[in-house]
Design a protein around this ligand. Structure first.
Ligand code: ADP
Ligand code: MG
Length: 707
């Protein structure tokens, strides 16, 4: 049997009552198979004797004698118990908060196995969270050597390496351990291999049954490591089999439209846009446009991720792509994560493309009924060529006549289901995703397993590097003076805050209060406006328009202006409480300036009071490099695997034990192996026993490229 075939209910196990069953089910554990693949979060090595005196190296695992009891924290009706213990090496104290009954369990004079983490406090070695097990008086009191006593424990809570599980509320570690141990005893021996035999042999992986056993109750730390290695590899292998299969499927879709033989050369509409531009395309833009053109002409749908730092001109690239989509007779949808950004794209499209005869339209959730019905009708009948909007683009009632190309801007802001939903509006449309947040290679191999990636590495010419300055909060006046000087020269400025409204508990500056203060006290001679996510769309729209036109000089905002907003005359970005923003947000915010040909400035104003080492490091990175790719790498380093930008995106990967960032090396290997297997045996007919679909049964909602 395969692990996934163990679909029998857990209530066949001893001691599983309705309450336990219910909490297991709540945690998604409904079958023996699921129970066995509920992997431990960590393990506690209770097989090794660690005397009290070694408390600083981690939890101790020893044998203690209870010496005395004492009481403290007297309150109404209750008090807390303190138990003095000692082992062969030192004395310690067990603190039993709200557990007066421990008095009866820890009897003075008796011996106990003890597991717990101690710290030196108030002149004694204290431990508040521990587990004990009484020694059997007759047999064990005669053994003098504590190491033997620890080792020879009756294999329940001591004498072995114990799993520690992620828990839901009403379950306890010992319940889970009991259930899983039973399930292992009944079923583990019959588990079939899920990996091809040649791979198991080549890498000396553990047999499935041993790996499953050892991941829960390893015989040694070495065996645990082997088990982890085996299971992680297997999981990544199957993931990559799936990725490889999807890739093949996409490439097998054949269509007739396109412009074969053009070798990516511009079509007439694109040529006309090029001629109308007041500037020349950068080399990076030219190159990706050519590649995208080839994709769009090709026989199978494109799935391409376009990466390029903030300000590298991705929007324009997508317009060129849109023109080709339209010219090839289809409709194009461009989706942006905020209404602000969508509107900006909509305005640009109207300005640049309408004169070419393209019929663009703008669709958001806020469009009122009458206009909306009209628009949807025109979209469904093909009278609109290029629709730009927010999530509204894939609402149920939105229909396209012939959706040929989908562009997803700031793609990291969308979930896979949303990308799927918009793709489902067409018949295998081309997909162009854009982002300024580079994706680590390992994620590109998983979440975006089947995606082609292009990168624009240059910025439009004439851009002066943004000058970045750090300023203590106490020096804010200097920053304000500097900005005043720029305003006087006719420039505009952003002021960004971490909060919308005042929050007394936090005691930090917020956008609302600061908008008032900036307007009334600091820059009374300049018009100030406020924009944040709680304002209604119409107000946001007006504010942005006024800022763009220069009617407003100072825009006070939260991180809503993080993505996309493009106002070239704004050359000052002041981020207050910069220590509270993540690296990628800081980088995106800084990217709002430096878009024109004047010198731009970014001030990171931080407050000393709450500056952690990590936030210091972040600010230092911002000071040292303008390069989004370097910043993304540093972000990865600072935050560690599992937290990096983009990993949110791996949240929906069906991974139980592997981590694509941490296990990057194994992932690469698994990918090579999986693709090689698919190459030799495309339908997996020689690997039917692997039951790919079955092993991957939990992967239903997962799609590596969002289609
Ligand atoms: P991003 O890649 O961050 O989405 P945008 O598409 O918003 O960047 O472009 C930033 C600004 O650069 C816009 O004002 C755009 O008009 C301008 N731009 C784009 N391409 C060029 C170019 N080749 N030369 C000069 N300016 C350009
Ligand atoms: Mg953009």
């Amino acid at each position: 049997m395969f692990l996934r075939e163990l679909t029998m209910s857990i209530d066949s196990l001893k001691g599983v009552g309705p309450v336990a069953l219910h909490s297991l089910a709540k945690g998604g554990i409904c079958s023996i198979g699921a129970l066995l693949s509920h992997y431990p979060r960590t393990w506690e090595d209770r097989s090794r004797y660690v005397p009290l005196k070694d408390f600083h190296s981690g939890p101790v695992c020893t044998v203690v004698q209870v010496m005395a009891h004492d009481w403290f924290n007297f309150r109404e009706r209750t008090r807390d118990l303190k138990v003095y213990v000692e082992d062969a090496s030192a004395k310690g104290v067990l603190l039993c908060f709200k557990r007066p009954f421990m008095e009866k369990q820890l009897v003075v004079g008796r011996y106990y196995r003890l597991w717990g983490a101690f710290q030196y406090k108030f002149g004694e070695l204290q431990c508040a969270s521990f587990e004990v097990e009484a020694l059997a008086e007759r047999t064990e009191y005669n053994l003098i050597d504590p190491a033997t006593i620890v080792n020879q424990a009756p294999k329940r809570h001591f004498g072995r390496i114990l799993p520690v599980y992620p828990l839901s509320k009403t379950l306890t570690q010992s319940m889970l351990r009991r259930f899983i141990e039973q399930a292992l005893n009944q079923y583990a021996d019959h588990l079939e291999e899920e990996l091809p035999g040649y791979l198991i042999q080549r890498d000396q992986l553990l047999p499935k049954s041993q790996a499953i056993r050892a991941i829960h109750f390893p015989g040694s730390l070495e065996e645990l490591e082997q088990a982890r290695h085996t299971l992680i590899y297997a999981e990544l292998f199957y993931l990559e089999v799936l990725v490889g299969k999807r890739a093949k499927e996409r490439r097998s879709v054949q269509r007739t439209t396109g412009c074969p033989g053009s070798a990516g050369a511009l079509l007439p509409l694109q040529q006309r846009l090029l001629e109308r531009l007041p500037f020349r395309l950068t080399q990076g833009q030219t190159e990706v446009i050519r590649i995208i053109n080839q994709d769009l002409d090709g026989p199978s749908p494109m799935a391409r991720l376009l990466q390029g730092d903030v300000g590298s001109g991705k929007t324009l690239v997508s317009f060129f792509a849109a023109l080709r989509g339209v010219e090839l007779g289809g409709q194009v949808a461009l989706m942006a994560p905020t209404e602000l950004l969508a509107r900006q794209h909509g305005e640009n499209a109207a300005r640049l493309l309408e004169p070419l005869g393209v019929r663009p339209a703008f669709l958001t959730g806020n469009l009122k009924t009458a206009g909306r019905t009209q628009l949807l009708k025109r979209l469904a009948s093909g009278e609109i060529d290029f629709v730009i909007g927010t999530h509204a683009l894939f609402s149920k009632d939105v229909q396209y006549k012939n959706l040929r190309l989908v562009v997803v801007d700031e793609q990291h802001r969308f979930g896979v289901l949303q990308r799927q939903a918009i793709m489902a509006k067409g018949d295998h449309p081309d997909l162009l995703m854009m982002s300024a947040t580079p994706i680590p290679r390992t994620l590109a191999l998983t979440v975006f397993g089947d995606l082609d990636i292009s990168t624009i590495r240059d910025l439009p010419p004439g851009r002066k590097p943004i000058e970045t300055h750090l300023a203590r909060e106490s020096n804010e006046a200097k920053v304000y003076d500097f900005v005043r000087h720029e305003l006087a020269a006719g420039r505009q400025a952003y002021f960004v805050y971490p909060l919308i409204e005042a929050d007394e508990r936090k005691g930090i500056k917020d956008a609302q209060s600061m908008a008032t203060r900036l307007a009334q006290q600091i820059f009374p001679q300049y018009p100030v406006a406020l924009v944040h996510s709680k304002l209604d769309e119409e107000e946001k729209r007006r504010t942005m328009e006024d800022f763009r036109s220069g009617a407003i000089c100072i825009l006070v905002a939260t991180s809503v202006v993080e993505v996309g907003v493009d106002v070239p005359n704004a050359n000052c970005m002041v981020i207050e409480h910069a220590e509270r923003f993540g690296l990628s947000a800081l980088h995106q915010l800084r990217g709002r300036v430096g878009r024109g040909d004047t010198q731009s400035y970014c001030f990171l104003v931080y407050s000393d009071a709450v500056l952690t080492d990590e936030s210091k490091a972040r600010l230092k990175v911002m000071l040292e490099t303008p390069d989004g790719f370097v910043i993304a790498e540093q972000d990865l380093k600072l935050r560690g695997p599992g937290h990096i930008t983009g990993t949110e995106q791996s949240g929906y990967l069906p991974l139980e034990i592997a981590d694509p960032i941490r296990d990057a090396a194994l992932l690469e290997l698994a990918r090579i192996d999986a693709f090689a297997m698919l190459e030799q045996d495309p339908d997996l007919s020689h690997h039917e026993h692997l039951q790919v679909a079955h092993v991957l049964s939990r992967t239903a909602p997962f799609s590596p490229i969002g289609i």
